[in-house]
Design a protein around this ligand. Structure first.
Ligand code: PRP
Ligand code: MN
Ligand code: MG
Length: 188
C-alpha cells in the first residue's frame, strides 16, 4: 500500500485490513462470552485504544458495559519504566464482572500488567485482554490474566515505530485510519 501521509514510511495495515480483522475478533469474542452472566465490562485504555474500542464493541453481539481507564508511566518519555499508575480510574464497579480490556498495543507489557493487577484487586472474576497489536519482541513482563481470562490479538507487530489507528507520536497521528511506520528522521 502506498502511504497517504508524508510522515509515513510505509503502511502496515490498511483500514480494510484493520476492519476485517476487527470483525473476526468481535465474532470470536461474541462466541466466547456468550451466555449472559456475570455481566461483561469492556475497559478501554485511553488514549490509544479509543478507535479500536469503538470499532470492536459495535461488532460484539452481547450486552456489555463500556468504561475507560488511563494508565500513566513514569520515567523516560518513550518507554515505560515498569511502575505505571492508574491516573484515571473506572467509573463502573467491576466486582463480580467479567472484564475485557481493550488496548491498541502491548509493548513491554507494563501498562497491561499494572491494569490487570488493579482489576483483580477490584474483584473482577475474569480479566481478558484484546489488543489490536502485539509486539512480542519488546515484552519485558508476562501477562497474567485473571480467572478464565483469554488473550486476543489483532496482529503481531514488527519491532518498529508504528502510529495511526489511535497510536501516537507526541500525541499526533492518532486519527490516521491505517497503521504505518513513522519515518525515522521524525523521532531520531
Ligand atoms: C502506549 C500504548 C499502550 C502502552 C503500551 O500508551 O497505547 O497503552 O503504551 O506500552 P507498554 O506495553 O510498554 O506498557 P501510552 O502510555 O503512550 O499512552 P497513550 O495511549 O495515551 O498514547
Ligand atoms: Mn496507551
Ligand atoms: Mg502514547
Amino acid at each position: 500500500a502506498s502511504p497517504s501521509h508524508p510522515d509515513i514510511e510505509r503502511v502496515l495495515w490498511t483500514e480494510d485490513d484493520i476492519l476485517g480483522r476487527v470483525a473476526e475478533l468481535a465474532s470470536q469474542i461474541s462466541l466466547d462470552f456468550e451466555g449472559g452472566s456475570p455481566p461483561l465490562v469492556v475497559v478501554g485504555v485511553a488514549t490509544g485504544a479509543f478507535l479500536f474500542l469503538a470499532d470492536i464493541v459495535k461488532r460484539i453481539s452481547l450486552p456489555l458495559r463500556v468504561d475507560f481507564v488511563r494508565v500513566e508511566s513514569y520515567g523516560s518519555g518513550t518507554e515505560s519504566n515498569g511502575a505505571p499508575r492508574i491516573s484515571s480510574d473506572l467509573k463502573l464497579d467491576v466486582e463480580g464482572s467479567r472484564v475485557l480490556v481493550v488496548e491498541d498495543i502491548v509493548d513491554t507489557g507494563h501498562t497491561l500488567s499494572a491494569l490487570i493487577a488493579h482489576l483483580r484487586s477490584k474483584g473482577a472474576v475474569s480479566v481478558s485482554v484484546c489488543t489490536f497489536l502485539d509486539k512480542p519482541a519488546r515484552r519485558k513482563v508476562r501477562l497474567e490474566l485473571v480467572g478464565e481470562g483469554k488473550f486476543y490479538r489483532g496482529f503481531e507487530c514488527p519491532d518498529c515505530f508504528v502510529v495511526g489507528y489511535g497510536m501516537d507520536f507526541n500525541e499526533l497521528y492518532r486519527n490516521l485510519p491505517y497503521v504505518g511506520v513513522l519515518k525515522p528522521k521524525l523521532y531520531s
